[in-house]
Design a protein around this ligand. Structure first.
Ligand SMILES: [Zn+2]
Ligand SMILES: [Zn+2]
Length: 255
């Protein structure tokens, strides 16, 4: 039982073979996948996959890199889709100061609008953060995001930041980097996070874990994340798989 909490099976990299990719995930005991939308076409595709497969769920939101292109109509579309029974979260949303495609003030406004919407529709949020930790934490606090909570996806910050986020009702999710031999910090932080606040994800097709680093990522590889965390924490693979699945179900309201 493995729960991949963040997969982009809606990305064009899976256009040719998504069915086989999903079959491989099932063969590796992946019981649930959240496919995360980040713009118009990927939201559409996430909905299609969630309607097609019982074990696939959708998150709908707007990525900060493309914040400049989100319209009021897009926000209305996200609100409408939030009522769909297979939509379990809003996101991904957040701030990305690495790619310089949308001005910071636009990113912040689009982020705030989505947090407010999540509170209105009562869904948890999936946070994308790249080089923007202080502003993310400030906005989550100012907007009282703890009312809905959510997940810090592909977390790469310090244990102090992780604690601030956990205090605001957020889970901490780890992906491929926790398996990299030279990734000291994510390993140290993952070791410290209590098991009942941890989630695992692939963020496929990106961030492929060791030993497939450099190739296209896919949900069947989420077992490598669970293995790495089990090793770091001195727990069994089964316990990490079960606990992180239970956490994800609790967060996303899946019975
Ligand atoms: Zn992301
Ligand atoms: Zn993502």
């Amino acid at each position: 039982m493995l729960f991949d909490t963040h997969a982009h099976l809606n990305a064009t990299q899976f256009n040719e073979d998504v069915e086989q990719v999903i079959e491989r995930a099932r063969a590796e005991s992946v019981s649930h996948i959240v496919v995360v939308g980040f713009d118009r076409p990927t939201i559409q595709r996430a909905m299609e996959l969630a309607e097609q497969y019982s074990f696939i769920y959708a998150a709908v939101g707007w990525h900060p890199v493309d914040a400049i292109h989100m319209t009021d109509e897009d926000l209305i579309m996200i609100e409408r889709l939030a009522a769909h029974p297979k939509v379990v979260a809003l996101g991904e949303m957040g701030l990305d100061y690495y790619w310089d495609q949308s001005p910071k003030d636009v990113q912040k406004e689009v982020f705030r609008k989505q947090i407010r919407l999540a509170k209105k529709v009562k869904l948890p949020i999936i946070i994308h953060n790249r080089d923007a930790t202080a502003d993310i934490v400030d906005i989550l606090r100012e907007e009282r995001a703890e009312e809905v909570g959510g997940v810090m996806h592909c977390f790469s910050g310090s244990i102090e930041v992780a604690r601030q986020c956990m205090d605001m009702n957020f889970y901490i999710s780890f992906g491929g980097p926790v398996t990299f031999k030279n990734a000291k910090k994510p390993k140290e932080v993952a070791k410290e996070i209590p098991l009942d606040r941890l989630l695992i994800e692939t963020d496929c097709p990106y961030l492929t874990p060791h030993p497939f680093r450099g190739k296209r990522n896919e949900p069947s590889y989420v077992k490598y994340i669970a293995e790495a965390i089990a090793e770091l924490k001195g727990l069994s693979f089964g316990e990490v798989a079960q606990k992180t699945s239970d956490n994800a179900k609790r967060l996303f309201g899946i019975i």
